[in-house]
Design a protein around this ligand. Structure first.
Ligand SMILES: [Zn+2]
Length: 106
């Protein structure tokens, strides 16, 4: 089962793709990227000055309805932090070193 949590917490993991079913608007070059985790497709229409004129996302089924859709990225990161903490993967403060006894000289 695909989980959308990493994509919603961070961002999509894009790779260069193609979408033969899409024809960009006149005068624009089409850039297609696909997320290798969830399969979201991003189609960008770019003009001759390098500006993105159109952006279109095609989300996989269930992506937008997913339970965590309304959570902000910070909320998702906080939930992820708690999971990491439970797994013991959050660095703890170093233990205080015992104070050294100064040796008297001479
Ligand atoms: Zn994704």
């Amino acid at each position: 089962m695909v989980t959308f949590e990493p994509c919603k917490r961070k961002h999509h993991s894009w790779y260069e793709g193609t979408d033969p079913s899409w024809t960009p608007s006149w005068g624009l070059a089409g850039e297609v990227e696909i997320c290798d985790r969830c399969g979201t497709v991003r189609r960008r229409g770019i003009n001759d000055r390098g500006e993105t004129i159109t952006v279109q996302y095609i989300w996989p089924d269930g992506y937008r309805e997913a339970r965590d859709e309304k959570a902000s990225k910070a909320e998702l990161r906080a939930a992820w932090f708690k999971r990491e903490q439970r797994m013991g993967r959050v660095a703890k403060a170093p233990k205080k070193a015992a104070p050294r006894k100064l040796r008297s000289v001479g």
